[in-house]
Write a protein that binds this ligand. Structure first.
Ligand code: 3PY
Ligand code: MG
Length: 266
């Protein structure tokens, strides 16, 4: 973690790009293994992971204890889901499938306390150190980053409206759903997906937003980091495990990897 004020400050001022990974196996051990490998952050995934808000506190504590930021991808764009996640102490929110400026504004409003937004105040939650942080309300608004996922053709078409959202910190490109919306779900490595992703990144940056993206492979992550994207989230815990298991079995038995992991681009 940096000395900037939270992930929000890091995205605004940080010169070092951040590398993270998705976590859908809700275990402290997974978070700590990611930290030991050198990731800067984890994205705890309530959209696709089989867990809920009640699992977050130990995972966030593990991330912070290991010097990482903890971002949470929420399942819904509403005040209750977003407020509960922030009360657990998440450094940032990743809000999936933002399709319009109105939806981006709703995400920001749910994430900031009045008068800027409508986040409901509770002063004795984990995020405020159970009341010990007298400046919780101010600090939270200054430090929590809000990232809007742009991951469909419709959102791409309304990008200018989304990037104009006051208080939004970053646009996060979701290439898998973007591929699906282009009719290319089975072939996400089709160049049309990367072209759309690049257009979103370039336009978001020129609108003054930080940029972030999911990369299925380390090579893709490298490409986006070299292109100046500030936050790249590389793959997901289950994929690392699946590939590692399959490669080890294949090597130990001296037989080709029988899964598709060895061949596929993700
Ligand atoms: C996508 O690529 O659609 C994702 O949501 C990955 O984060
Ligand atoms: Mg997606």
């Amino acid at each position: 973690m940096s000395d900037y004020l939270g992930l929000r400050g890091h995205l605004q001022h940080g010169e070092t790009p951040l590398l993270g990974t998705f976590v859908i196996v809700p275990r402290v051990e997974v978070v700590e293994i990611a930290a030991a490998a050198g990731f800067d952050l984890v994205v705890l995934d309530l959209e696709h992971g089989p867990f809920g808000v009640e699992s977050l506190s130990p995972l966030i504590a593990a991330a912070h204890g290991a010097g990482m930021y903890a971002v949470v991808r929420v399942a819904g764009n509403d005040e209750q889901s977003i407020g509960a996640v922030l009360d657990c102490g998440a450094d940032g929110l990743l809000v999936p499938h933002i399709g319009s400026g109105d939806e981006a504004r709703r995400a920001v409003a749910a994430s900031r306390f009045p008068p800027v937004g409508q986040r409901s105040v509770h002063l004795w939650v984990r995020a405020s150190h159970y009341g010990a942080d007298a400046d919780h309300v101010t600090n939270a608004d200054l430090s929590v980053a809000v990232l809007a996922m742009v991951e469909g053709q419709e959102a791409h078409a309304r990008l200018d409206d989304i990037t104009a959202t006051e208080g939004l910190d970053a646009i996060f490109v979701g290439p898998m759903d973007l591929a699906a919306s282009l009719g290319l779900a089975a072939t996400p490595s089709d160049p049309r997906v990367a072209d759309a992703a690049r257009d979103i990144v370039v336009r978001a940056a020129s609108a003054g937003r930080s940029t972030s993206i999911f990369a299925a492979t380390a090579a893709d992550a490298r490409t986006w980091l070299d292109a100046g994207v500030q936050l790249v989230v590389l793959s997901v815990d289950t994929s690392f495990m699946a590939r590692g298991f399959a490669a080890a079995v294949s090597e130990a038995r001296g037989v080709p990897d029988h899964t598709s992991h060895g061949k596929a681009s993700r």
